[in-house]
Design a protein around this ligand. Sequence first.
Ligand SMILES: Nc1ncnc2c1ncn2[C@@H]1O[C@H](COP(=O)(O)OP(=O)(O)OP(=O)(O)O)[C@@H](O)[C@H]1O
Ligand SMILES: [Mg+2]
Length: 277
Amino acid sequence: MIILREVYYKYEPEGIDALRGVSLQIKEGEHLAIIGPNGCGKTTLIRHLNALLMPAGGRVMTGGFDTKDPGHQADIRSLVGMVFQNPDHQIVGMTVEEDVAFGPENLRLPTAEIKSRVAEALARTGISELAGRNTETLSGGEKRLVAIAGVLAMRPRYIALDEPTAFLDPAAARLVLDIIDKLNSEGVGIIHITHNMTEASLTQRIVVMNEGRVYLEGTPREIFGQAEKLKEIGMQLPQITELLIHLKKAGFPVRTDIVGIEETLEQIQMLTGINKD
Ligand SMILES: Nc1ncnc2c1ncn2[C@@H]1O[C@H](COP(=O)(O)OP(=O)(O)OP(=O)(O)O)[C@@H](O)[C@H]1O
Ligand SMILES: [Mg+2]
């Protein structure tokens, strides 16, 4: 479990209050989305999960360790892997294999163990065939997968990803999302920052941040059922939810707290009386 209690963070010397009392619990194995307007503190928040940043006030407990405890920094870093927004800042190796080996090498593991971890991480992210590739020749989607493999090689219990599909074409984004889902189904907790509301609607729980605080928290259905509150802070809705709201405004008796395609189909079947079977 990761527990944040009243976490405050200020960027100095500018004196920008990025987090203003964030309390949150993240359970092992869950798939959590973090959404919110630009500059609301999403990136600052996830950097607290593995002690890249320390709270100026309040406390972050990751897997039972206080992130401020200097004796447990290494434990905390290996519990929560971080995939940064720009994979170019994360990829350091000449080849994919070397890059993914970087983390386990820092742990000073035996060579055979490093090799087996690298092979396993590449297989789990579906990029074994990229092992020998020069990292400078990778596409944006491949770079994201290499970055994910790099953190997987540390065998984390959670992976926090900062906008993992930003700047990817739809096919590459789909590939990255499928790998994230697969890892989650294997038990890895996922903390996923996104500006894509459809992506957020496919997770188990959503935290909406605004101005350094948790603004709303709930299941995708609970969150996207509060269209007015989201619009107040300039947030979009998933396209499906938007469509149902338009139908409702036009006088059709549909529910608008819907996020999935299956549920939308049911509403449309109910309206038309046409059953897909
Ligand atoms: N390194 C930094 N130095 C100074 N201020 C910063 C720094 N990083 C972020 N900030 C400021 O802290 C606040 C929160 O930023 P943060 O990057 O956490 O937001 P975000 O929700 O991730 O935004 P975005 O959606 O644009 O990525 C913003 O006002 C931002 O300008
Ligand atoms: Mg950010």
